[in-house]
Every structure is written in C-alpha cells, then in structure tokens.
Design a protein around this ligand. Structure first.
Ligand SMILES: NC(=O)c1ccc[n+]([C@@H]2O[C@H](COP(=O)([O-])OP(=O)(O)OC[C@H]3O[C@@H](n4cnc5c(N)ncnc54)[C@H](OP(=O)(O)O)[C@@H]3O)[C@@H](O)[C@H]2O)c1
Length: 325
C-alpha cells in the first residue's frame, strides 16, 4: 500500500483526499516508481472539477507528471532498470508516493537535472517546445503575445521565445508579476487587470500588431486576442484557464487578414515516441544551457496539494509549483 491523493467526486480542492491505495507489481511493460517530486499543472484543476476534455473515471488519483526512482521493472522492459532516475508526463495518477507507469512514457534524467526541476518543467516545457518550435516556428524578430506570462507555462514560453530572438509581450495580473515576467523574457508587459491588452499591443508595436498570440486563458481573451494579430498571423489557443473559448467566425478571420487559428491539445504532439524523445531532449538541453530556467516559486508537501490547487486557482502562484513526496 502507498499514500496517494484521490478524488471520489468532482468539485473544489476539498475533494482531494490523502488515501491509502494498492500499487501492485509492474505488468510486462511497466515500471514501479518511488516518486520524489510531482508536477502541478492547471489541467489538474480541470480534472478535479470534472471539466477536462477527456472524461475522468471515479475514483481516481489525480496528477499527470512526476520524477523519481525506478524500484522494479516488468519482464519486457529492457531500456530501464532498478535505480534509474526518471520523469514522465501525461499519465494520470501522479499524486502518489509510489505508482506504476508504462515504460514507454519514461525518460531517464541527466545527472544535472534534479527531480524537482524535472517535475516542474517536463509537461510545461514540452508544451512550450511544440508551441514555439512546431505549431508556430518562432524566429528572430517575430513579435509574440503571451497571456499569463508569469505563470508556469507562460514563463517558460517567454524565456524560450525570447532566446529565439522574439520580441515578447506578456500579459499578467499584477505589477509584481509584471516585474517577474520582464526578468524572464518579456520586453513589454501588460497588467491586464488595469490595462486594455488590445490597445497596449497596438501601442507598443506602433500599430503593426503581433505575428502570433499564445492564448491559454480561453473564454475571456480569445476573441480580443484576434484583434492583436497582424495579417497572416496565428492565434494558438492552448488552454482554458478562464473557461472554454467561444466559437470563431471564419469570415471574420478573412477580414482580419487571413488569420490562422488552432486549438491544440498535448496528446496530438505526444503520441509518437520519436517526437516526444526529440522534444524532451531539446527541453533538457534548453534547461541545461540556461535558456529555460525552472523557476520553482512554490513547493508543497504532496499531502497539502489541496492548498496548491487553491493558490493556483486564486492566481497566487508565479512560475512553476511542485509537490514534494
Ligand atoms: N494544450 C496543451 O498542450 C497544454 C499543456 C499544458 C498546459 N496547458 C494550459 O496552459 C495553461 C497554463 O498552465 P499552467 O499549469 O502553467 O498554469 P499557470 O499559468 O501557472 O496558472 C494559470 C495563470 O493564469 C492566469 N489567470 C488568468 N485568469 C485566471 C483565472 N480566472 N483563474 C486562474 N488563473 C487565471 C493567472 O496568471 P495572472 O494572475 O498573471 O493572470 C494564473 O497564474 C493552462 O490553461 C493549461 O490548461 C495546455
């Protein structure tokens, strides 16, 4: 038996319960991991609330990413062995001291990436990789707008796009978050609680607008984000922190300058192991070289994850948060 944080019903942070669960022995293609650090992601709150786009069975252990040490491997696992330090992302059940994970989802950790850093950056960094290196290939001189630029993913995206030579404009909710965003790649910041981001983008770009908007906020921002994009630019809607985005009128996209719009989900960028290996290697390289900084601003004990959810949803967090096992 091991401790895990389980939900038996959907709802607020109080549904997260510290519980004893059975781990079992690994199947032929699985490994049993003793976890040391678990990543906290905004999508965990969608799953807890029952609004995630993939149905979540009940009861379930939440969390999708963690780092730790392999304790035991199944009979058909040859690339990993007991004692390996590993990380995985995208496998529900991560809020646990120990668990089973398909070996196909594991990555060995380089010596210079510790477990906490791996848990903080793997999901967010691989998402940032596909957003700025594959969906829209950011190049030097591009002007980009990133919403929630002082958040976990937003901050990594700001660092990464700035390192590619982009001029980064970031929205945040407070002046102190603006300062942190400017220290992490944003040349301009917009405090969205008191400034209109559409007119500020027009102002700082001399009316030229931006090549791409990275919109994780959804409902509250998507339609206005379209106002910030120059002809033939792109809107990438990749999250719904404020609710699901509204429908978009195709004719309006033509009038705004033949804009391109995509709504992305990570599963479409993580189903091919070769692509994920390449993205993970690129991410680890970016972390080791300092292009991407882990920025772990909050740490909680795993059993206090309900407080971590409260802080994340109340916009109290900055950068990444991890749960220590
Ligand atoms: N499509 C994909 O593949 C993929 C993968 C991973 C994550 N995501 C998405 O990326 C986004 C960021 O994830 P994250 O884990 O790094 O979270 P996060 O950005 O650290 O936290 C969310 C941030 O959103 C901002 N926000 C604005 N309105 C908010 C509201 N009403 N309630 C709460 N926060 C609000 C807050 O920043 P301010 O206070 O500065 O406004 C807050 O810090 C999420 O939408 C997530 O679903 C998408």
């Amino acid at each position: 038996m091991t401790h895990a944080v389980q939900i038996r019903e959907f709802g607020g942070p109080d549904v997260l319960k510290w519980t004893l669960v059975k781990v079992g022995t690994p199947g032929p293609n699985e490994a049993r991991i003793r976890q040391t650090a678990v990543g906290l992601n905004f999508a965990d709150t969608y799953m807890r609330n029952g609004v995630h786009h993939v149905p979540i069975p009940l009861p379930t252990v939440l969390g999708v990413e963690a780092a730790g040490v392999i304790e035991e491997v199944g009979t058909d696992v040859h690339d990993f062995s007991r004692g390996d330090r590993v990380v995985y992302s995208g496998v529900i059940g991560a809020y646990a001291e120990e668990r089973l994970v398909p070996a196909a989802k594991l990555f060995k950790l380089p010596d210079n990436i510790d477990d906490g850093v791996a848990a903080a950056v793997t999901t967010k960094g691989r998402t940032a990789q596909y957003l700025c290196r594959r969906v829209f290939r950011v190049k030097s001189g591009d002007v980009v707008l990133i919403h929630a630029a002082a958040g976990g993913l937003g901050m990594i995206l700001a660092q990464w796009t700035a390192s590619l030579g982009a001029i980064v404009i970031g929205t945040v909710s407070t002046d102190s978050k603006a300062e942190i965003a400017r220290a992490n790649g944003c040349r301009f910041t917009i405090v969205s609680t008191r400034e209109d981001f559409v007119s500020r983008v027009a102002e700082v770009t001399d009316g030229k607008k931006v090549s791409v908007v990275y919109d994780s906020l959804g409902k509250d921002t998507v339609l206005r984000s379209l106002e910030c994009i120059r002809p033939r630019g792109m809107l990438i809607s990749y999250g719904q922190t404020t609710g699901f985005p509204p429908p978009i009128d195709l004719i309006d996209l033509m009038h705004k300058g033949s804009l391109v719009v995509t709504k992305t989900q990570s599963t479409d960028f993580t189903s091919d192991r070769g692509e994920v290996v390449a993205a993970t290697e690129e991410l680890f390289e970016a972390v080791i070289s300092g292009k991407v900084k882990p920025n772990i601003h909050q740490q909680y004990a795993l059993k206090d994850v309900a407080q971590a959810h409260r802080d994340l949803e109340a916009r109290k967090t900055v950068g990444s948060s991890i749960l220590i096992v």
